[in-house]
Design a protein around this ligand. Sequence first.
Ligand code: GLN
Length: 303
Amino acid sequence: MNYNNIFSEIYKKIENTDSGKVASYIPELSNVNSTKFGVHLTTVTTKNFSFGDANEKFSIQSIAKVLALALAYNLENEKLWKRVGVEPSGTAFNSLFQLETDLGIPRNPLINAGALVLSDILISHLKKPKKEFIAFVRNISGISTIDYCPRIVASEKSTGYRNTALVNLMKSYGNIENEIEEVMDFYFNLCSIEMTCQELSKTFLFLADYGTSPFSKVKILSKSKSKRINAIMQLCGFYDEAGEFSFKVGLPGKSGVGGGIVAIYPNKYSIAVWSPKLNKRGNSYKGIKFLELFTTETQTSIF
Ligand code: GLN
């Protein structure tokens, strides 16, 4: 199938639907050009299809939580689920309130609270956490230039009150082992990773191929772990819009407040879309619209 033609046809349909706002609670994110739009699809047979600004770097933000989950799951195995759940939260990504009733155990690893616990776990396991984590991401993607963005890190640190509140609350319940500052620093670096749509779809391709990268043939995760991470993305990847994303797009996926979305069609492809304006739930407005039309047109929803 030639996806390039389908990309441009679908883009024409959504080009003029203008809605949403660029994230500004992290000041540095508001400096992006809001009209950018890119999409890239990589098949498990390593074919590539691209449209628009697919080669421009953007802040992948919460999409990186899935990569932190992959590494933490490998290190902890099933013990991981003692510290973080696998249930959809139905709440905003930065919500605090369930943590009190759930005694400091986040509902799932893809909300901020969950990814802060993943950060804590990675710090406990790794000697040089930031260095080893980015090496893991580069190894998955086969792209040695992928990196953190210090400007975004500084910007998040200057306004990260809610994330600091989350980590303090969890520490009070004994679910954070390391120093708060160190956990925050790792988490903000994690969120600051930059990739292009092309890099993002290539990086996530292992989740479309049962845990093994079709490019390098490196086994990142076992088949069972890969299946479970897809299940978590399906149920939790879009916070309080996860049902809507399943309903409209029908693929496991993950969004970030930088306007990126990655989605997986198991055994077939991974697709990354980027459009910075976000809907009220903090997910890319045009990105979701585009994927809805794309999976409908190509009949590639998993359902
Ligand atoms: N760095 C962002 C935050 O912690 C990530 C949120 C997101 O992408 N949904 O608020």
